[in-house]
Design a protein around this ligand. Structure first.
Ligand code: CO8
Length: 259
């Protein structure tokens, strides 16, 4: 399938890489881009050979938010009745294999929300994160008011959402929004290294780990721990668990078959 607003490729036939590709608009997220992104993620997720996905942008911008020009004249009826702007976001939540955001440059508004919907964020040292919607007379609309406080705590989330200021990569790492900060020219190398490492493990275990960590953000601690326990026990029914533990015991590398 050919795309207009993104490009896709695979690395080592195992990692699905999606590059947002509206450089002139700093990868502003229009409806077409969101549809294409959802489709590419679903296709990679369904592809047996793919173990991990990466979403990235350009050096200057991961994504500078929703496309302001496209939504400037929308009415309440447009956005509410037709669920314009936010319609295609749930697709990303439905992806079961790990997705890493490799962020350089601006990740603002919907761009920051997109990065937060990924399973973890690796940031280049030039990355800037923010929820500047307040400056446009709106608020974040793709989960920013919920995911940002879970990631960085109430005070910093309020600061960002109410002042519209950006935080740099160092502050974002200190606050817990990003897992690592790397030099800009090492961003893809580091991210693909992490992605390939994940691909080397049992796909079933990686999917279970993702599902279980995500449970930490929904429901009670007791429910989450019980959910984790059920998945933990279930993994003893996989061939990959036998392989992983036998390999350790016999001091040899594991060869997971994702079964
Ligand atoms: N939408 C549309 N076009 C944009 C956007 C955007 N969000 N951001 C930048 N552009 C365009 C500019 O209009 C400009 O176009 P042109 O060259 O034709 O004039 C081009 O990209 C380059 O931008 P600048 O000249 O402004 O570049 P600077 O380096 O001077 O500034 C900034 C970069 C700081 C990123 C600046 O462009 C900016 O502030 N952009 C807007 C950021 C913003 O407000 N984002 C939030 C948008 S609202 C939102 O995301 C709501 C989320 C709702 C749910 C999610 C749905 C997808």
């Amino acid at each position: 399938m050919s795309y207009e607003f993104i490009t896709i490729h695979t690395e080592a036939d195992k990692v699905g890489v999606i590059t947002l590709n509206r450089p002139k608009q700093l990868n502003a997220l229009n409806a077409g881009l969101m549809v294409e992104l959802g489709q590419a993620l679903k296709d990679f997720d369904a592809n047996e050979a793919i173990g991990c996905m990466v979403i990235t942008g350009s050096e200057k911008a991961f994504a500078a938010g929703a496309d302001i020009g496209a939504m400037a004249t929308y009415s309440f009826a447009d956005v509410y009745k037709n669920d314009y702007i936010t319609r295609d976001w749930e697709t990303i939540r439905s992806i079961r294999k790990p997705v890493i955001a490799a962020v350089s440059g601006f990740a603002l508004g919907g761009g920051c929300e997109l990065a937060m919907m990924c399973d973890f964020i690796i940031a280049a040292d030039n990355a800037k994160f923010g929820q500047p919607e307040i400056k446009l007379g709106i608020i974040p609309g793709a989960g920013g008011t919920q995911r940002l406080p879970r990631a960085v705590g109430k005070s910093k989330a309020m600061d960002l959402a109410l002042t519209g200021r950006m935080m740099d990569a160092t502050e974002a790492e200190r606050a817990g929004l990003v897992s690592r900060v790397v030099p800009l020219d090492k961003l893809m190398e580091e991210t693909l290294g992490a992605a390939l490492m994940i691909c080397g493990y049992s796909q079933i275990a990686a999917m279970a780990a993702k599902e279980s960590v995500n449970r930490a953000f929904e429901g009670t601690l007791a429910d989450g721990v019980m959910f984790e326990r059920r998945l933990f026990h279930a993994l003893f029914a996989t061939a990959d668990q036998k392989e992983g533990m036998d390999a350790f015991v016999n001091k040899r590398p594991a060869d997971f078959k994702h079964q």
